[in-house]
Design a protein around this ligand. Structure first.
Ligand code: FES
Ligand code: FES
Length: 165
């Protein structure tokens, strides 16, 4: 039986027919919508490569059934930059060499964006490492990743403060 769901993906409303109710958000994005920036590493919730934001919160999309997120707003790595300008987290990853092969990077960046939005880590490297611990990097680029998240968090807090002033 076909199921139809509605998702807002990177700001665009989409009605999607699912031929299989068991399809995950990860497979929906990659295999049906050609949004291949979100990576499939373990496909079992252990590596974080598939991290996306759903209604502003980070999740492992390999563990999420698309059907159970009917009506949600989904942000993937393809939707993070605005008007051709990199998101502060993306820019900070480049500046701080927060990657080597790049396979884990979309998940790391989405997780960092979510962590900063959660406002849980502040400027404490240990808390950033803890908050990012669900995202594994086979290249062990962790030092650059932590620096990038701290830098992006600072920049975004300064910019939020300027807007509020
Ligand atoms: S692919 Fe989803 S956590 Fe590894
Ligand atoms: S940069 Fe290679 S897996 Fe993280």
């Amino acid at each position: 039986m076909a199921h139809s769901i509605q998702l807002t993906i990177n700001g665009e409303e989409r009605r999607i027919d699912l031929d299989d109710p068991r399809v995950t958000l990860l497979d929906l994005l990659r295999e049906r919508l050609d949004l291949t920036g979100t990576k499939k590493g373990c496909d079992r919730g252990q590596c974080g490569a598939c991290t996306i934001l759903v209604d502003g919160r980070r999740i492992n999309s390999c563990l999420a059934l698309a059907l159970s997120h009917d009506g949600a707003a989904v942000t993937t790595i393809e939707g993070l930059a605005e008007n051709g300008v990199l998101h502060p987290v993306q820019a900070a990853f480049i500046e701080h060499d927060g990657f080597q092969c790049g396979f884990c990077t979309p998940g790391q960046i989405m997780s960092a964006a979510g962590l900063i939005a959660e406002n849980q880590a502040g400027s404490d490297p240990e808390r950033v490492r803890e908050g990012m611990s669900g995202n594994l990097c086979r290249c062990a680029a962790y030092a650059g990743i932590t620096e990038a998240v701290l830098d992006a968090g600072n920049r975004m807090n300064v910019s939020a403060g300027e807007k509020a002033a």
